[in-house]
Write a protein that binds this ligand. Structure first.
Ligand SMILES: *Cc1c(COP(=O)(O)O)cnc(C)c1O
Length: 365
């Protein structure tokens, strides 16, 4: 390749960088938007909250092309769908899957159909599906009902399903674990993340295990997943008929990868826990104001969860006696700008002042 047009690391997608670990061949048409290669940010103030010389890193998946980790799986799922001759893909979504699917479908030149729970999608995510040109169908039901319909329609063979029940999605999402190990030269000791449909915890665990088998690391982390308190089927071990939470990306009552999530938690000697909406909002604010990282509410569940592990006697996993100098990674899954409504509600109204330096100086205080 001519050096002037050689791809920078930044613009190479996950298939390009991890091809040997993914279900693609030389004849797979690659549909990529330069996903992955996201920052793993050392967070000093978060580390201090944990103490014991531990180091906390935030894997910021909000900087993917459509603003969430879903792009890692979507590049693989859409490429494979295209290889199999699909001319339409379909998904149910709490928002980010539809945003990602519509972008990759546009890139591939195929139709994208998204089935959404009416009135339950964050504004930014709905806007994305619309602007990328998806066919949007809103239903009077929740995500779990939307996924049931998608499964039915997918069985007809007219549409390729790109929800995380598609194993190509999970394969693509494994690459986040690869990146973390590549960057740290070893797996972390603990990995914390939000859990909704449970595809991501399944994918991270698969990625860590695979890298250990290939001797890229000598261990795999303890996996700790966090659900929203009123949408916590895995934690309570029962289907939640009407899941509720401000963290709309994890508002799921019957996760598709329930068993796999349980296996990841058991095999890693980890835990599943819950965080309240109040804890999520507090963690979202804290991370923005103390570390400069603005994430959507669901993503803040991993930070709220870290605080709980450090400070609560009720935590499913306590960090009070973890080994000194442990390395902890928290995945933040999606960008804060996707869900402005959650923030606007708590903003104070801005009353304009007279346009004089003195008035402004007085207001600053
Ligand atoms: C999809 C999503 C989740 C949940 O991931 P699962 O794989 O469904 O467990 C969490 N946060 C954000 C921002 C998401 O888009």
């Amino acid at each position: 390749m001519h050096s002037a047009i050689a791809k920078s690391q930044r613009s190479r997608g996950v298939i390009d960088r991890y091809r040997e670990f993914l279900p693609v061949s030389a004849s797979t048409p690659i549909v990529s938007l330069g996903e992955g290669n996201t920052p793993l940010i050392y967070c000093q103030r978060l580390s201090k909250r944990v103490g014991r010389d531990c180091r906390v890193f935030v894997k910021n998946e909000g900087v993917n092309p459509t603003g969430s980790f879903k792009d890692r799986g979507m590049t693989v799922a859409v490429s494979k769908s295209l290889e199999r001759g699909a001319n339409a893909i379909i998904c149910a979504s709490t928002g980010n899957t539809s945003a990602s699917a519509s972008a990759y479908a546009a890139r591939a030149g195929i139709l994208c159909i998204v089935i959404l729970p009416a009135g339950k999608i964050a504004t930014g995510k709905l806007l994305q599906a619309f602007v990328y040109g998806a066919k949007i169908v809103a239903i009077d039901g929740n995500f779990d009902a939307a996924l049931r319909i998608v499964r039915d329609l997918g069985e007809s063979g007219d549409f390729a399903i790109v929800n995380s029940i598609n194993p190509d999605r999970i394969a693509g999402q494994k690459t986040a674990a690869f990146e973390i190990v590549d960057e740290m030269d070893e797996a972390p000791d603990f990995h914390l993340l939000p859990v909704g449909n449970a595809g991501n915890i399944t994918a991270y665990w698969a990625g860590y295990r695979e890298y250990q088998v290939y001797e890229r690391s000598t261990k795999s982390p303890v996996m700790i997943g966090f659900q929203a308190a009123r949408a916590a089927p895995i934690f309570y071990n029962r289907i939640i008929e009407k899941p509720e939470t401000i963290a709309s990306a994890i508002r799921i009552g019957n996760p598709a990868s329930w068993k796999q999530a349980r296996a990841a938690i058991a095999e890693s000697r980890g835990a599943i826990d819950v965080v309240s909406d109040e804890e999520v909002v507090a963690a979202q604010n804290w991370l923005a104001q103390q570390e400069g990282i603005f994430v959507e509410p669901a993503s803040a569940a991993s930070i709220a969860g870290l605080f709980k592990c450090c400070e609560s006697h009720e935590a499913a996993y306590s960090f009070q006696k973890i080994p000194e100098a442990s390395r902890i990674v928290c995945t933040v899954t999606g960008h804060g700008l996707k869900d402005p409504d959650a923030i606007i509600e708590r903003m104070e109204e801005l009353k304009p002042l007279a346009a004089t330096t003195n008035d402004v100086r007085r207001a600053i205080g």
